[in-house]
Design a protein around this ligand. Structure first.
Ligand code: AHM
Ligand code: MG
Length: 303
């Protein structure tokens, strides 16, 4: 069954359906440039975070925006690759935030990368919480292109990009409460964060299996597809909020995980309840199987 039809069966209304399909078309366009590998190297520009942009970052951003501009229902957009949020259509009903190509440092080595898109009700992103999200659309560009779509209250579903479009691969992903896979982002923080070091020692002593690629999307894809595990990216004294952004990465991936039955916390509260104070806000993240997230947080509370 194709994405289009599946969304209708799920009862997604026409307006949201059109936005999800537009995002899927953007993913289709990005998959094409990622997989042909014709656009490699640096663009010679930096994003708002001071990070050097790849040509592929810029092209992916442009492709997604080009698709969204076609829809009069899009009010505002914000992107990891744009300096500020922008209004597309004054009368639009939805605001869409995205990281068009997450995992830029993995492009040259041909590791999997992804696209992370959050669909919110209209208006500025400032003050919004991930719990207000209407849907999340997340793509994994690996040997195959796969797509997750999570719709509020209707679960997280996986699709495979085939010659005929996005074909339903797995309906209602289910993440178990426990599972011994760990994906330890920001492992270098262990040098200055004894709580994180203690947590990593716990995983090793208890024979957890390491599954870490350095790409948040493929690393969380592993948890969603295997149905268990935990991904962490804490801060430490030099970077108390870590690296990952609340709007572009943490909030959207948390929504996807929670719709699949998992949990997501910044160490103190659910990542769905954390209001956005500014567009480039960063946040620690502990996400995955509920009990694995709880166990990880115990080490930080104990410290
Ligand atoms: P990017 O948005 O610049 O690509 O950075 C995000 C990526 C995540 O996919 C990943 O979890 C993280 O950076 C890894 O960063 P590091 O290797 O610096 O710990
Ligand atoms: Mg990113």
């Amino acid at each position: 069954m194709q994405l289009d039809e599946h969304l209708k069966i799920l009862g997604v209304n026409d307006a949201l359906h059109a936005v999800v399909m537009s995002c899927a078309q953007g993913v289709f366009d990005i998959a094409n440039v990622v997989h042909t590998g014709e656009i490699l190297g640096y663009a010679g520009t930096q994003n708002v975070f001071g990070e050097s942009q790849l040509k592929l970052d810029v092209v992916s951003n442009d492709l997604l925006i080009a698709e969204l501009k076609k829809l009069p229902s899009i009010h505002m957009i914000a992107s990891e690759e744009l300096d500020d949020e922008q209004e597309l259509h004054a009368d639009g009903d939805f605001s869409v935030a995205f990281d068009p190509l997450d995992g830029s440092s993995l492009v040259d080595v041909n590791f999997a990368v992804g696209t992370i898109i959050a669909i919110y009700p209209k208006g500025s992103f400032i003050g919004k919480k991930a719990s207000e999200m209407r849907a999340a659309v997340v793509a994994v560009y690996g040997p195959r292109t796969t797509l997750f779509v999570a719709v509020a209250g209707k679960g997280t579903h996986q699709y495979l990009l085939t010659s005929g479009g996005f074909e339903l691969q797995k309906e209602k992903m289910k993440v178990d409460d426990e599972g011994r896979y760990f994906a330890p982002g920001n492992l270098r923080a262990c040098a200055k964060n004894p709580q994180y070091k203690a947590l990593v020692d716990y995983w090793l002593a208890n024979q957890y299996t390491l599954r870490y690629s350095g790409g948040m999307v493929p690393d969380m894809n592993h948890i969603l597809v295997k149905g268990r595990g935990v991904f962490t990216y804490p801060g430490y004294s030099d970077e108390p909020n870590g690296k990952l952004r609340l709007l572009y990465e943490c909030g959207t991936m948390s929504f996807l995980m929670i719709e699949a039955g998992g949990a997501a916390s910044d160490g103190a509260m659910s990542l769905l309840d954390k209001p956005l104070e500014h567009l480039d806000q960063r946040s620690p993240i502990f996400v995955g199987s509920k009990k694995e997230v709880e166990k990880a947080l115990e080490f930080f509370i104990m410290g």
